[in-house]
Design a protein around this ligand. Structure first.
Ligand code: ZN
Length: 187
């Protein structure tokens, strides 16, 4: 499956609940996980591959899993951290999220389960469940922290962040489907 990039209209749609977990649902969920792993992502939501359905895949702890009709039923605490999104290649910024969440979701065997998550896992759940309601990380990003991450051999981290305003970033995705050409960015 191919990951769609902003401003694809499907990313802004509210996704439909899955009414029956059948063979087709399971096959789709497996493919969603595969696509996430191939793209080296920690999470991927169905609308990001063009399907307006309430299914997400997560891979925070090295155990890729899919969740159907996930719902955040409890949020506690607060964390601020760097976030990106496979539908916004190259773009990163800080987003405030709850430190802990409790999520109810249907597993691939059709059973409803409760999952408690904290830290990065809680962040990933919030980011992916937002996708199902057409909400994107750029809606919540702390704009002064927004930037393009580009490789930089001279820095310790191996990359540097080039600041960009939200409006400029959106324009760049509309024009280039990603970050501007490096020549333009570094000038
Ligand atoms: Zn995302």
């Amino acid at each position: 499956m191919k990951v769609v990039v902003y401003p694809a209209p499907v990313l802004r749609k509210k996704c439909k609940a899955v009414t029956r977990v059948d063979k087709q649902t399971r096959a789709f969920a497996e493919e969603l996980k595969e696509t996430m792993l191939e793209a080296d992502g920690v999470g991927l939501a169905a609308p990001q591959v063009g399907e307006s359905l309430r299914i997400i895949a997560l891979n925070v702890d090295g155990h890729p899993r899919a969740y159907i009709n996930p719902k955040i039923v409890r949020r506690a605490g607060r964390q601020v951290g760097l976030e990106g999104c496979l539908s916004f290649p190259g773009l990163y910024g800080d987003v405030v999220r709850p430190e802990e969440v409790v999520v109810e979701a249907t597993k691939l065997n059709g059973k409803r389960a409760r999952v408690e998550a904290s830290g990065l896992m809680a962040r990933a759940f919030c980011h992916e469940v937002d996708h199902l309601d057409g909400k994107l990380f750029i809606d919540k990003v702390l704009e002064p922290t927004l930037g393009w991450l580009v490789e930089d051999d001279e820095s310790e981290e191996g990359y540097k962040k080039i600041k960009v305003s939200l409006e400029e970033a959106k324009r760049s995705f509309e024009k280039y489907g990603g970050m501007p050409p490096l020549e333009e960015l570094l000038n």
